[in-house]
Design a protein around this ligand. Structure first.
Ligand SMILES: Nc1ncnc2c1ncn2[C@@H]1O[C@H](COP(=O)(O)OP(=O)(O)OP(=O)(O)O)[C@@H](O)[C@H]1O
Ligand code: SF4
Ligand SMILES: [Mg+2]
Length: 367
């Protein structure tokens, strides 16, 4: 295991609204080691982006970090002065957002923007920065980089803009790159190229990555470890391969059932999880997943939420039951519910049909 780069300890980030307090991040603890790739997955609204923005101390109003620690190389980000936090954002960590157009300035040439990102933090002199821009664009495989530095963002395709954003993110050689749904705005082929690129950069530069996504297939192709979030909390965490092979939390199991197998187009067999995620200002009592869980028992509703417990080597989950205790009958019933009759019948013939194929190591590319 590498050296710990980032350590979140019982982080709480809340929004103070007229409807009440929204617990967007509700006691999260995890770490990222130097050079590793960590996936953070969960449905829309579970707190992924707010976790990332908390790390950068960029939580928008009316939200704020209310408690917990964010240690980066042992220094608490929540206690940094304004100047320290600016330096931290510019030099140690970079974030890539879903839509590069919102992060790129439309009236400034792409090359100039990357150059400015470097000189703003005084890590590179102007001359050095200028020399590095083409090199960076080449590194992220922008063709004809020498001439494209003079282009404006609208002259770049969606995939090229995302590459430019990654180049900008890497320009100050951060130790951690946080990518928040970096490929959702792109078509499938370009998505695969960007993932391939991020994988190469991680290998070549040793930059640790935190990939935020609701797509388990992406995690399988890029990450070594995964944190599964539900309603502002971590419900399961562990090595990707192990979690794909043997998810223990029913929510993780459900998420995996909605992953298409790479080898076949079988849209009708994709399952979406029944019901909606809870309102984070009024979460349900007990286990927060209980209103949607196919394996719910009384205890899940009446007892306080279960703790994260070790369920395998380096794997933890928060559940009273765990998938390994669920019998075939219950499993079959759960698999059938929420599916079309046809799909359910086919599933019974092929019990593992919708479970995502486990990744074979960390380099089975999303291509
Ligand atoms: N400005 C806001 N005011 C009130 N609540 C907010 C605000 N922004 C976010 N939230 C709450 O914070 C929760 C977490 O939001 P976050 O953006 O982190 O979700 P996410 O997991 O990134 O979802 P997505 O996959 O859709 O990007 C949401 O459920 C939402 O209710
Ligand atoms: S604790 Fe109960 S409701 Fe929650 S995930 Fe486990 S079985 Fe389902
Ligand atoms: Mg988000």
């Amino acid at each position: 295991m590498g050296q710990t780069l980032l350590q979140l300890e019982d982080l709480h980030t809340q929004f103070f609204t007229s409807r009440g307090v929204v617990r967007a991040v509700d006691g999260i603890s995890f770490h990222v080691d130097a050079g590793e790739t960590l996936g953070v997955v969960g449905e829309s609204g579970c707190g992924k982006t707010m976790t990332a923005l908390s790390i950068l101390r960029l939580v928008p109003d009316p939200g704020r970090i209310t408690s917990g620690r964010i240690l980066f190389r042992g220094r608490d980000v929540t206690k940094m002065t304004d100047e320290e936090i600016r330096e931290f954002r510019g030099n140690d960590v970079a974030m890539i957002f879903q839509d590069p157009m919102t992060s790129l300035n439309p009236v400034t040439k792409v090359g100039t923007q990357i150059e400015e990102a470097m000189t703003a933090h005084e890590r590179f002199t102007e001359r050095l920065a200028r020399g590095r821009v083409v090199e960076l664009l080449k590194r992220v495989r922008v063709p004809a980089a020498e001439s494209r530095v003079k282009d404006y963002p609208h002259q770049f395709s969606g995939g090229m803009r995302q590459r430019a954003m990654i180049a900008m993110g890497l320009s100050n050689e951060p130790s951690l790159l946080i990518a928040d749904e970096p490929t959702t705005a792109l078509d499938v082929t370009v998505q695969a190229q960007i993932i391939q690129l991020m994988k190469q950069l991680n290998r070549e530069l040793g930059t640790a990555m935190m990939l935020i996504t609701h797509n388990m297939a992406l995690v399988a192709s890029l990450c070594e470890r995964v944190v599964v979030m539900y309603a502002g909390r971590i419900v399961e965490e562990g090595p990707v391969e192990q979690i794909f092979r043997s998810p223990q939390h029913p929510y993780t199991w459900s998420l995996l059932r909605s992953v298409p197998r790479v080898d076949e187009a079988r849209k009708e067999r994709l399952v979406s999880i029944k019901g909606l995620p809870p309102d984070l200002s009024h979460p349900p009592p007990g286990c927060k997943f209980h209103p949607r869980c196919p394996f719910v028992i009384d205890k899940c509703k009446t007892e306080p939420e279960p703790q994260l417990e070790e369920v395998g080597v380096n794997q933890v989950a928060r559940c009273w039951r765990l998938m390994r205790t669920i019998n075939e009958e219950e499993l079959d019933a759960a698999k059938s519910s929420g599916l079309s009759k046809d799909a359910a019948a086919r599933l019974k013939q092929e019990p593992s049909a919708t479970v995502g194929a486990p990744p074979s190591g960390n380099n089975n590319a999303g291509s």
